[in-house]
Design a protein around this ligand. Sequence first.
Ligand SMILES: [Zn+2]
Length: 310
Amino acid sequence: MGKNSKLNIDETFYNENGNLKRLSSDFYYKKFIFDDYKFRKENGLFIIYAKIDYGTDLQTFSTEIESKTPELLISMLKLRDSLPKEIFESPTKILLCDEILNDDTANKIIKWCKSNGFPFAVDNILKNSTSKIKSKKIFNTIVPDKYISFKLSDFIFQINEIYSAFYMYRIINGYADKIDFPIYTKNSLKNTFGKNSFVNLKELRKNECTELFEYKYQNIKYENKISLIGEPHFIINAKNLFDAAFYQLALLLYNKEKEIRICALCHEYFEPKDPRQKYCDSLDCYPQKAYKRRKALEKKQKKSSQTNKV
Ligand SMILES: [Zn+2]
């Protein structure tokens, strides 16, 4: 009996490798959709904001998204690629990007937010703005407007951080062929924002990259709880869209069979179905590959027929 119960406990808590078993997990993030984003320039800073009717519960704007694909990560990478290259040319430009930003860039980011959601944590903003509104209300019977907003430069910084995390992932996994442009990323956890607190990924070796990756992202926290619906499992939640995208990247790091590649022809991001796949599945690129293969084959056949003649 004693021996048996020892065995059962082992089976319950440990897997065949002797490691503690883990509950499986589902990953969720909240998508806050606002339709009437606008931007303004305030003291030289671009601010993106949306007006909400006072009294409207912000939660009514949100949808719980179960993340099953790295869609958010890819949309952020694409957005960063579509922004003016100049913004990311140097740490100083990233930090003082408001000088370079223009209305086009602001509108592009607004468009992104409309389809992907408000990028920062809404709960915090909500707490701050309601406390302000309460104190105002004592003196003012007119119902104040409620706004949620973010600084465009904060968004640019965060999107660049996700972009560099993706390139670090590529370097760590040996996927990066060659980065032929600079990618600056913050290399300190402190809130010092000098240009010396940035490092260029182009100059890092793989082991330095692994170290930096580990160090940089140690402070991201996720909320998790155990759900007893169906099999007991974890439900993990991200606080904002950047953390959600980082989680999607961490899943890629964990699950080595999954990978995001950059098409050698059109430079789009894609998930290969085959480890040798170099081109995306689009009709413009995949046939190119087939064409090249056919040409190579023809050449080979020509050669062999020529040698046969001789
Ligand atoms: Zn392609």
